[in-house]
Design a protein around this ligand. Structure first.
Ligand code: C5P
Length: 232
């Protein structure tokens, strides 16, 4: 899979999501389904999106003991998801077990990427509540290296971190980056943002774009603008 724009479908129910995607008559965007929609609709929403021809990034951020994650990943791989994620904090043993679980009987498997530290976790909270004294950017990088050592395909990261992660983990190690805004757009609650063009320049492999597309007056035009800036 090459560079692509993934639309974050942060909708409360499947009907709204499918109505939204119905606006796209010429292209089949890659979509991200998060916990809210998955918990509301269950596996049926993934099957519905796959049967309509979309690629699906299932953003469920698994984090449990290796055996539980392995078995859960096997269920998710069966749904036909294209990208799945987990927390690198679950340790290498959990990530390796996840990969085993994801591998289908025919040898294929979804891409597996790791969340390092959530962007909502500040340096202070990490130190005071998680008792991790090291600098946040070092923790992000080491977690990414652990993910690579476990055999994962990449990480979710902020666009400014993509270059450093590629430098240490290799160009083929995927960087999937949210926090994308158009130069003339509203930042909303995102703090560190980048335009699709800048994300391309720093080497992001996939950008995850929510409200700049889902909240646009013309979502199809906004999606095409993203694709033109990032891929085109
Ligand atoms: O609407 P917006 O473009 O901000 O959506 C970004 C998407 O990426 C949301 O689904 C959000 O949960 C997700 N995300 C993020 N920052 C992270 C990880 C995931 O914004 N560090």
């Amino acid at each position: 899979m090459g560079k692509d724009v993934i639309i974050a479908c942060d909708f409360a129910d499947g009907k709204t999501c499918l109505e939204f995607l119905g606006k796209f008559t010429e292209e089949k965007p890659f979509v991200k389904i998060g916990m809210e929609l998955f918990y509301a609709e269950g596996p049926a929403i993934v099957r519905a999106l796959k049967s309509r021809g979309h690629k699906v990034f299932l953003d469920l951020k698994l984090h449990d003991i290796p055996n539980t994650v392995k078995k859960s990943m096997a269920v998710l791989a069966d749904l036909g998801a294209d990208i799945i994620n987990l927390h690198a904090a679950g340790t290498r043993a959990m990530m390796e077990a996840a990969l085993e679980g994801l591998t289908r009987p025919d040898g294929t498997r979804p891409l597996l990427i790791a969340v390092t530290q959530l962007t909502s976790t500040s340096q202070e909270r990490m130190r005071d509540e998680l008792l991790i004294d090291r600098p946040l950017d070092e923790v992000v990088l080491v977690y990414a290296q652990n993910a690579k050592a476990a055999g994962l395909d990449g990480v979710v990261c902020a666009a400014p971190e993509a270059g450093k992660i590629h430098a240490h983990c290799g160009k083929a190690f995927l960087t999937v980056t949210p926090g994308i805004r158009f130069a003339d757009g509203d930042k909303g609650d995102q703090v560190r943002v980048m335009t699709p063009a800048d994300a391309k320049a720093v080497g992001s492999d996939y950008i995850v774009v929510g409200r700049p597309i889902t909240g646009a007056d013309d979502p199809v035009a906004a999606y095409r603008r993203c694709v033109n800036e990032f891929v085109g």
